[in-house]
Structure formats: C-alpha cells, structure tokens
Design a protein. Sequence first.
Length: 196
Amino acid sequence: MAATKSSQAIIARGTSNAAFTQLTGCSVTRSGTTATLTKTSHGRSNGDIVLIQGFALEEFNGIFTVANAAANTFDYTIKQDPGANPSGTTGTVDKVTLGTALDLTTAYGAKIFGGIQNGNTAPGVAAQVWIGTASSGSAEADYHWRQLAAGDLVANSWTPFSYVPAQADQYVNVAIARNTSQAVDCYATGSKITAL
C-alpha cells in the first residue's frame, strides 16, 4: 500500500487591520459587473480589502478589493450582473486582513486550522474569522464567505478555529475582520491530501 501524500501551506500569518470602525448605511448600484458603493467619507483607498455584507442581492456581498476610490464612493467587481440594484436594505463595510488562497483543485481532502490572538490590550470589538470557499473559479467574486469564529474582548486571549472544506470546494481562504482599536495576531494553515 502506497503512503498517503499530503502538503501544508500557510494561509494567513501576521497582524490584522486595527482601528477601523464598521461603516453602516451604505448603498450600492451596478453597471454590468462593476458595483459602486456610496458612503459619505468612507475612508477607503484603492487596494484595500473589505468585507461587504447586508445587501438583499447576494452578488453585492462578500470580500472585495476597493478600486476607483473617491471621497464618497468606490467600485468593486461582482461575479455577474444581477439585473437590478439592491433595494430596501443598506450594507456595511469592514476592512479585513485576507490570507492567501489554498488551491484544492488536485486534492482529495483538506483541513484548515489556526487562531487569533489578542494583544496586551484587548480589541474594542471582538475580531471575526471568515472562511471563503469557491467551487468554480478562483476570482475574487467566485468566493462565498461566512463567519467561522469570533474572538473575545480579553487581553492576550487565544481563539482557535478549524474548518474542513467540502469535497466540491476548489479554493479556500481566510479573512480576519471586525476588530477595532487594537490589532490581533492571526494565523491559519491548510493541510491537504494530494495523493492516496
């Protein structure tokens, strides 16, 4: 019987963004697959990675890269034109620290594990760990994001997390969001079986 082959890769290691308060009351419109988010004095810059949530149409929610930032608007690219703009609900924006995607296209199985560590001064809002998976394609808009874990408001506290991707998941990534006033350290690694 041949030995099982596996490999490991670091997905995220470092310090999260800090001192960014969630933006609320955001609105969005689209022209094709370009979404334009409007929020007075949003404070985001081109290249920032943000978690957008709360809109009634799912295409507008997820983790995206800010482009064409102006004082009160910025653009991001959605997967497809939903044929309408969201109505009835406003969205929120959080700045996030994004890991490096783990490619599972040739893997038989995988597991993601890691943790977030508060510093000597606890964050003002508990940090959140978000997991993103993509089953077809690896573009930013292909990912579906959901909260996996949340930290706490205790100084020096360690919050572990783990996740087993579904068989259909081709790519998986981790993002750390929502903490304010103090950064948290974050670490995530992925282990995948590449041959049986």
